[in-house]
Write a protein that binds this ligand. Structure first.
Ligand code: USQ
Length: 383
């Protein structure tokens, strides 16, 4: 397949690009380094310093003999994106090109505005570039489980039948996001659904839960192929943060009561899910929504697991609940469906003690690089 990966320099974008290229697909990545710039601006650099994109691509070719074409560019620049789509003639576009952090989107006016403009602007331009230059292309878009929030009823995969006064219709499942970032993903879904209805696009919108892990088949080939592994309060997801905290000897920062439950997945399963979605397009005029996670955990359960495995490794892990900087339910019902990707063939990698131990071991190798000042929450949802 010819695949264009937007946001191909990020935590998930770069491993996705290598994954497809290693399997013989023709891969182009486009990225404007926004994520690297935001990390600098917020003092949130990843654990392992990243080499520039051209060097990553060269190293990948040296290790595998496979090429990745890299373009530096902003998806909010319509002309440039259109040109890249014309040049690469993609059969699949994987769209990761968004500001991905809830805390960043809640930190101040500028960051909120950037999140809104970047995320909506990029999605809008992707839709238009496809309509103008690649109308048969399948858009695989990264949404988030956070679009649904934590409702007191079961969460379905994207859609729900509503019966009202004796009549029934299928609608997008109600959405109630918990940060501005998550809200931009809700708006993305609405935009995509509008253009699917009006112009017959084919779209898979993947409602992904928080991802953990720093190792994929290709990142393990060479240290210069490492992905950006964040552990700070703004860009780090909770499992990755807890692993780093355990290694640094910082008590695990459970926010509030710790009953917050989400559906998690290993980074290797993100790659599998994207590949499964790409291999089975939904057909023109379809918006397919799949819930992308493998197992639910509460924050307390995660802390307990990190502690159990960390203690076994002699780390003496402590857990210290801190005041919750976010506005979210800390004790709630959570029962989301997630059969779609399993039906497509997903073989989950679960968060076993072995997986946890191997993450701890990998982070231990970079123990000296951990900056403890980046760990405690700096952003509050309300002042
Ligand atoms: N949490 C803690 N302690 C911490 C960090 C987080 O208790 O030190 C809690 C949060 O309050 C939240 C849960 O852990 O209840 C998950 O937080 P997170 O930071 O791992 O995830 P979130 O902010 O929701 O965002 C992440 C990614 C985002 C993706 C989303 C999937 O940054 O790009 O869309 O996970 S989901 O959470 O399902 O919406």
């Amino acid at each position: 397949m010819r695949i264009l990966i937007l946001g191909g320099d990020g935590y998930l974008g770069w491993p996705t690009a290598m994954h497809f290229a290693a399997r013989g697909h023709e891969v182009t990545v486009m990225d404007n380094y926004l994520r690297r710039r935001m990390a600098l601006e917020k003092d949130s650099e990843p654990l392992v310093p990243l080499v520039p994109m051209p060097e990553r691509v060269r190293r990948f070719e040296a290790e595998t003999g496979k090429r990745i074409r890299a373009v530096v560019g902003d998806c909010c620049d319509h002309e440039h994106l259109l040109q890249v789509v014309r040049d690469s003639a993609p059969e699949v576009i994987v769209h990761y090109a968004e500001q991905p952090s809830g805390p960043y989107s809640m930190s101040d006016y500028r960051s909120a505005r950037l999140t809104l403009e970047n995320n909506l602007g990029a999605t809008f331009n992707v839709i238009w570039a496809v309509m103008e230059a690649a109308p048969d292309c399948h858009i695989v878009k990264l949404g988030t489980m956070g679009e649904y929030g934590t409702p007191n009823i079961d969460i379905e995969e994207g859609w729900i039948d509503v019966t009202h006064k004796g009549r029934t219709q299928k609608f997008l499942y109600p959405r109630q996001a918990g940060s501005l970032y998550h809200t931009t993903k809700v708006l993305d879904t609405d935009l995509l659904w509008f253009y699917v209805r009006m112009h017959g696009l084919q779209v898979t919108d993947l409602m992904q839960g928080p991802v953990y892990g720093l190792s994929t088949e290709e990142t393990d080939l060479h240290e210069e192929l490492a992905t950006s592994f964040s552990y700070d309060d703004i860009f780090g997801t909770v499992v990755n943060r807890f692993v780093v905290q355990a290694v640094a000897g910082v008590p695990l920062t459970v926010y509030g009561k710790g009953g917050q439950t989400r559906g998690y997945l290993h980074i290797r399963d993100t790659l599998q899910c994207i590949e499964l979605a790409a291999n089975s397009p939904p057909g023109k005029g379809q918006l397919r929504i799949l819930n992308q996670f493998t197992e639910p955990f509460s924050v307390n359960q995660l802390a307990e697991r990190v502690k159990t495995v960390g203690d076994r490794m002699g780390l003496k892990v402590q857990v210290q609940p801190v005041e919750n900087p976010r506005k979210e339910a800390e004790d709630h019902y959570y029962n989301p469906a997630h059969s779609g990707l399993l039906e497509l063939g997903l073989q989950p990698h679960y968060l076993t003690d072995e997986v946890m131990a191997s993450m701890l071991e990998q982070v231990l190798r970079h123990r000296d690089a951990i900056d403890r000042r980046k760990i405690l929450p700096r952003v509050r949802w309300s002042s």
